[in-house]
Design a protein around this ligand. Structure first.
Ligand code: FAD
Length: 387
């Protein structure tokens, strides 16, 4: 390592961390990215669904090195077994191999000049006169200080680092979706279509997904939210579903997604928080890659402006929050409302709703939702919140 002081330290080496680092390095900052694991991208805690807009917006080529399959549509299954298909453009994207994808993002950051320190846990913050001035790390059993002008906390759900700076990044149990996922071989699934299964007996408060990876390989996962009557885990619901398949498991992982919306404040003196750590996740789907990337880009660029103007104070960093809110805030808000509507529907409602759409191709625009209301007046009351 050449320096013990950096312009920027980024804690966490996945999507939010690598993209923040990439943009800050690109703008000429001296950046150090810390990752507690010995390898970027593992253990995997993701189904790998990435929208087409991510690649366009980040100007990253969807290379076959890390994309497994192309996605053109989604099929939604009701508890009754009825289903409908949507090929809405917002569904279009890829299933990526997260281990390779995350590494690719880290490589892009490193190529811009980001230094990466693996096996290094950020334990605490260095705070001077109320301002974050670096990170206390533990590596190879040793604790030491690394100073910086700014820290970006990209350390995932329940970010401890942002909390050390006084930001409330704790999510309530109700705002967390617990997930379990198996990658399986021998899954008879349609190419280019992702499948979602709804219902209390399948995934209480959430959904089960099948994301095809090509060659009869797929990520099958379940995300559930706390329900008073449910004592079973996401793993239980996953096994219940996969035990009926004639398929073999080659990888298993568990994880959690914050689906309650972003934390109240995402900046303070000398620190910004980004990605899952900030709750920057779509509350309806639990997808976080695209939103984390947009916000991380803004965080990296804001860090560069702050260093250039020698203004790392909260008043200056406030622009990060304003900008990311302008960029993705309304989408998150809308998804939050959709999530609230979905929460109110019981299995019978879901059956009726999907039954009324069976065999149709649904476009997810507002216009088509209005048409949907005509066919299914019961949800008009709740849809009023959105339209
Ligand atoms: C089962 C599951 C399936 C999902 N599927 C999808 C999907 O298909 N599409 C989608 O868009 N989103 C999906 N998500 C959500 C998506 O994975 C996250 O939103 C996204 O990975 C967030 O990235 P991040 O960089 O903010 O955080 P993380 O991916 O959590 O990365 C945080 C990193 O910080 C490191 N770290 C933490 N603390 C420290 C510390 N103190 N010091 C150093 N390093 C530290 C961690 O090791 C980790 O590498 C899924 C989530 C789960 C759980």
């Amino acid at each position: 390592m050449q320096t013990i002081k950096y312009d920027l330290i980024v804690v966490g080496g996945r999507v939010a961390g690598s993209i923040s680092s990439f943009y800050a390095s690109k703008e000429g900052l001296d950046v150090l990215m810390l990752e507690k694991n010995p390898e970027i991208g593992t253990p995997v805690q993701c189904a790998g669904g990435v929208s087409e807009t991510f690649f366009k917006s980040m100007k990253i080529k969807p290379s076959p090195q890390f994309t497994c399959s192309r996605i053109m549509g989604a099929r939604i299954h009701a508890p009754s077994g009825a289903s409908f298909l949507t090929r809405d453009p917002i569904i279009k994207g890829y299933i990526v191999e997260r281990k390779i994808f995350d590494k690719h993002l880290a490589i892009l950051a490193a190529e811009q000049g980001t230094e990466i320190m693996l096996n290094t846990i950020a334990k605490d913050l260095i705070i001077k006169n109320g301002k974050v001035k670096g990170v206390i790390v533990k590596k190879d059993g040793q604790r030491f200080d690394i100073r910086s002008e700014i820290v970006i906390a990209a350390d995932g759900i329940q970010s401890k680092i942002a909390r050390k700076a006084g930001l409330n990044t704790r999510f309530k149990v109700d705002e967390i979706c617990s997930c379990a996922q198996s990658e399986m071989v021998g899954v008879n699934v349609k190419k280019e279509i992702i499948e979602f299964y709804l219902g209390d007996r399948i995934a209480p408060g959430g959904y089960l997904w099948i994301f095809p990876k090509g060659d009869e390989r797929a990520n099958i996962g379940v995300g559930i939210r706390r329900r008073k009557w449910n004592t079973k885990s996401a793993q239980y619901y996953l096994k219940k579903f996969t035990s009926r398949l004639d398929a073999t498991e080659i990888e298993f992982n568990i994880g959690a997604v914050p689906i309650g919306g972003p934390v109240k404040r995402t900046y303070t003196d000398g620190l910004m928080v980004v990605g899952d750590a900030a709750g920057q996740v779509d509350p309806l789907t639990g997808g976080g890659i695209h939103i984390a990337a947009e916000c991380a880009k803004i965080a990296g660029e804001t860090a560069s402006e702050a260093i250039e103007e020698d203004r790392t104070d909260a008043e200056f960093l406030k622009r990060y929050e304003k900008r990311w809110y302008k960029s993705v805030g309304s989408n998150i808000k809308r998804s939050h409302k959709y999530r609230k509507i979905l929460n109110q529907l019981n299995d019978e409602d879901l059956n009726n709703l999907v039954e009324s759409l069976k065999g149709k191709e649904l476009n997810l625009s507002k216009l088509s939702l209005l048409k949907l209301v005509k066919d299914y007046p019961k949800i008009l009351k709740t849809l009023k919140e959105i339209l």
